[in-house]
Design a protein around this ligand. Sequence first.
Ligand SMILES: Cc1cc2nc3c(=O)[nH]c(=O)nc-3n(C[C@H](O)[C@H](O)[C@H](O)COP(=O)(O)O)c2cc1C
Length: 156
Amino acid sequence: MKSIIIYYSMHHNNTEQIARVMAKTINAELVTPDKVKVFELHAYDLIGFGSGIYFGRHHKALVSFVEKLPALNKKVFVFSTSGKGVTGGYHEILKAALQQAKCEVVGEFACKGFDTFGPFKFFGGVNKNHPTEDDFEAAKVFVHSLLDKIPSSDTQ
Ligand SMILES: Cc1cc2nc3c(=O)[nH]c(=O)nc-3n(C[C@H](O)[C@H](O)[C@H](O)COP(=O)(O)O)c2cc1C
């Protein structure tokens, strides 16, 4: 199975740390949106999309990248780190853009990330040690579970 993870991480590299663990676990390539050659995405069986959450949604660099994609007909997964560490409404805008690109979202992952935005910086930030070892372990289990959702002909 050939997989790639497209991520954007700008606040404290929280999402990049998670993306690296995921990529290592399933032997995926790891790229930022500005480095992706869209015409090459057809070669992948599974594509991951993740960033930190900024003002209730994924980073605009990732969302606008996805909004410009042609119909891909791919299985994809979505992930994020955030102050709250939940998928909830935070993933909806990116998921809607992926559905426009004819992608099937086969899984979602979220965890907390160190956050010094706004008033939090006056207290030294929140979620100080996140992502933690437990978060990395959960990310590994999550991506591993996705392999079952890819047709067996693609996993040879
Ligand atoms: C400008 C800005 C806006 C943010 N908005 C939210 C938000 O709406 N909800 C939330 O839970 N966390 C929010 N956060 C916290 C980040 O999502 C969190 O720190 C995340 O782990 C950052 O990921 P990164 O280090 O990969 O960029 C915000 C952080 C910044 C800097």
